[in-house]
Design a protein around this ligand. Structure first.
Ligand SMILES: NC(=O)c1ccc[n+]([C@@H]2O[C@H](COP(=O)([O-])OP(=O)(O)OC[C@H]3O[C@@H](n4cnc5c(N)ncnc54)[C@H](OP(=O)(O)O)[C@@H]3O)[C@@H](O)[C@H]2O)c1
Length: 246
């Protein structure tokens, strides 16, 4: 199964090497793709109301997720960080400079996290309206993700005075994989960079089997500098395929 409806339209966007790595194994890499492709990413962000990353990506890259360097002066997308196990809360205590990052600039940051105990200090650090807490019960990440996105959509409408129609997920690989596995993604934009890194970590991973999945529908392909950008639409799950996964 690939997707379910009644949630924002989700585009998964990432850059990978020819051998499918989104980062090198020692976690030192920052940019996989070249300048033109990165400029395009900013363009793509401007078409989305919110950009989401996983906690590990935020903590490693401290990514702003704003639209910049392309002469854009429209509304900035909100920044969404998912953090079911409370990594950000821990990190904010240890590295208070991250708090400045969370509050600075034109962006609004929403944190999707668990109902953690002993978080009074975090609540004071964070805009409570943008702290979305869903119980991460039974280690069921799929259910947690869906519940969190539903709550985010409701909250977003109240705080931003507009609907969250288009959400872009920019990584890392664990987060992208979970969106695919949960059937929450509608489109893929994948930049292939002319590199082979080797390694095994930082890859998009699902446990699908060939007879249970539909092929993605290619929308377009384009060369951006040294990189090739592939755009795909993810077909809605058909009843046959859904039944096959039960
Ligand atoms: N090439 C690209 O396009 C690109 C884009 C973005 C990031 N990156 C790179 O990707 C790396 C980080 O990616 P990452 O995959 O390590 O992490 P990530 O996707 O940034 O963060 C994953 C988050 O989701 C949680 N999570 C994921 N699966 C889970 C599960 N089954 N159960 C519970 N929680 C789950 C993780 O919890 P825990 O923290 O508790 O595990 C963590 O909070 C960095 O090196 C970054 O530079 C590359």
């Amino acid at each position: 199964m690939y997707r379910c409806d009644s949630l924002p339209e989700v585009t998964l966007k990432w850059a990978q090497t020819l051998d499918g790595q989104l980062a090198d194994d020692n976690n030192q890499s920052q940019w996989i793709s070249g300048l033109e492709e990165r400029r395009y990413t900013h363009q793509l962000r401007s078409n989305h109301q919110a950009i989401l990353v996983g906690a590990q990506t935020f903590l490693k890259d401290q990514c702003q997720l704003t639209v910049r360097d392309i002469g854009y002066d429209g509304p900035q997308p909100a920044r969404i960080i998912i953090d079911p196990r409370g990594r950000i809360a821990q990190a904010l205590r240890q590295h208070p400079h991250l708090i400045i990052d969370l509050h600075s600039g034109p962006r609004r940051t929403y944190l999707l996290t668990d109902i953690l105990e002993d978080t009074e200090d975090i609540e004071n650090m964070f805009d409570p309206e943008k702290l979305i807490r869903i119980n991460y019960r039974f280690n069921d990440f799929n259910q947690w993700l869906k519940g969190s996105l539903r709550q985010l959509s409701r909250t977003f409408e109240i705080t931003e005075h507009r609907r969250l129609l288009h959400l872009m997920v920019e990584g890392g690989p664990a987060t992208l994989s979970e969106f695919l596995k949960a059937g929450l993604a509608h489109r893929l934009e994948i930049a292939i960079s002319p590199l082979i890194l080797g390694g095994q970590r930082h890859r998009v991973y699902t446990d699908f089997l060939l007879h249970n999945v539909d092929r993605f529908e290619i929308e377009s392909k384009e060369q951006l500098g040294v990189d090739i950008l592939l755009r795909y639409r993810i077909p809605p799950a058909t009843p046959t395929k859904q039944a096959a996964t039960i």
